[in-house]
Design a protein around this ligand. Structure first.
Ligand code: CTP
Length: 403
């Protein structure tokens, strides 16, 4: 998949720069065309001669090359590349990139580049742990850049910890899988709800459910891998997910989830509600812990807002709305009723009767029911594979949706 791609590599002044000639060799073997931007500091670690010999292209550092009288355009380089890899990136260059500084060709090209940008930090463990480094990395992620996390191991300082730039073979794998994944949702804005909600009874107790959030998170990741910008509104779950295209907002109760989803719905092209939202919530939340007394305890409940139904009412023609239905009886008819009542484009039906499907499992078995009652049935699959099937169907709907 890398064959024929054009990759620009920006190298900054870190000892890890010695690994880049190895990476260049691997890329050239895959028939990638490589051009190199070398910062002034990086020239102390690798020579332009080594890199130009391996790439077959001149290596550039400055806007103006005195010897040849040539001027290099950051815009031209940014436009030329299918991907810009900045590796190794020092804390200094990370800071410049996060703050829009453009005092050398390498960072000016970063600002001008329209292609995907991958960043491989390398620094000493304490520099990597510093709050300013973490903040800069978060800023770069929010720009949509992909961070190749440094590995843990022996560092040039003699210390041991996180900060080593990833090995060339690993970076090659990451670039390869990036080009292998189709980008059919590139630029689409997607809203996803996931996980359970907790409805407080008193300061220490709540009414909840067994939703693990795994299905919703798998869908969020699949959208993000395929180029969408994802707003994930998550109930309390035990999953950690970091992706440059995913922004997670936490919501505990149905009320909080409702507010968070409404805020984000207007600008979403596609919305998928996977959350197991409580249908009822206590009428009143006790201020103090409810003490044990008597044989029975009655808690009065009132209905929550049906978030999906409300989004269905607000939906514009160019928006796609997808819901989930978890049924234990009369499954297809119940799901169809929900599809129509909540004005959905698609409903994902899973039945608790199927072994290995539903809450907590890593697998799921679904039926997809679209408008016009066209039903697609699938085998038991991993939730990641199920997410792919759901996205493929949504993609088909999106190609028929009025723009
Ligand atoms: N849903 C929602 N807000 C609620 C309840 C449900 O957004 N208060 C969404 C879920 O995220 C799911 C869909 O509605 O996408 C269907 O949820 P489900 O619990 O199966 O259906 P309900 O409409 O609540 O009906 P019932 O519980 O009676 O089956």
């Amino acid at each position: 998949m890398l064959k024929g791609k054009k990759i620009l590599i920006g190298i900054t002044g870190s000892i890890a720069a010695y690994k880049i000639p190895f990476l260049v060799r691997l890329l050239v073997k895959e028939e990638v065309e490589v051009r190199i931007l070398l910062s002034q500091a990086a020239r102390d670690f690798v020579t332009p001669l080594t890199l130009s010999t391996l790439t077959g292209n001149p290596v550039i550092t400055d806007f103006f090359e005195e010897k040849t009288g040539e001027w290099s355009s950051h815009v031209e380089l940014g436009n030329w590349a299918d991907l810009y890899l900045i590796a190794p990136v020092t804390a200094n260059t990370l800071g410049k990139m996060a703050n829009g500084l453009a005092d050398n060709l390498l960072v000016a090209t970063y600002l001008a580049a329209k292609c995907p940008v991958f960043i491989a930090p390398a620094m000493d463990l304490d520099m990597f742990k510093h709050s300013s480094t973490s903040r800069n990395i978060e800023i770069l992620k929010s720009f949509g850049n992909q961070i190749i996390q440094p590995a843990s191991g022996e560092l040039a300082s003699g210390l041991c910890g996180v900060g080593r730039m990833e090995e060339p073979e690993k970076i090659l794998d990451i670039l390869n899988s990036f080009f292998e994944t189709k980008q059919d949702f590139k630029g689409k804005k997607v809203l996803i709800s996931a996980g359970p909600t907790y409805e407080a009874i008193d300061p220490v107790r709540f009414i909840g459910n067994h939703s693990s959030g795994k299905m919703g998170y798998a869908i969020a990741k699949e959208f993000a891998d395929r180029g969408a910008i994802v707003e994930l509104v998550s109930g309390p779950v035990n999953i950690s997910l970091e992706h440059h295209n995913i922004h997670i907002s936490n919501a505990t109760s149905a009320k909080e989830m409702h507010k968070a989803c409404l805020l984000r719905f207007e600008s979403a092209d596609i919305t998928v509600m996977t959350a197991a939202v409580a249908d009822y919530t206590p009428k009143a939340v006790a201020d103090e812990k409810i003490k044990k007394k008597g044989e029975t305890l009655t808690i009065d409940l009132k209905p929550t807002v049906d978030i999906l139904a409300e989004l269905g009412k607000r939906k514009r023609n160019n928006q796609i709305l997808v819901g989930f239905a978890l049924e234990t009886e009369n499954e297809t008819n119940n799901a169809l009723a929900k599809l129509n009542k909540k004005k959905l484009d698609l409903i994902v039906l899973n039945s608790l009767k199927d072994k290995g499907a539903g809450f907590g499992y890593d697998t799921n078995m679904i039926k997809l029911i679209g408008k016009g009652e066209d039903i697609q049935e699938f085998d038991l699959k991993s939730k990641n594979e199920v997410a792919k099937d759901i996205l493929d169907r949504i993609y088909l709907i999106s190609t028929n949706t009025t723009k």
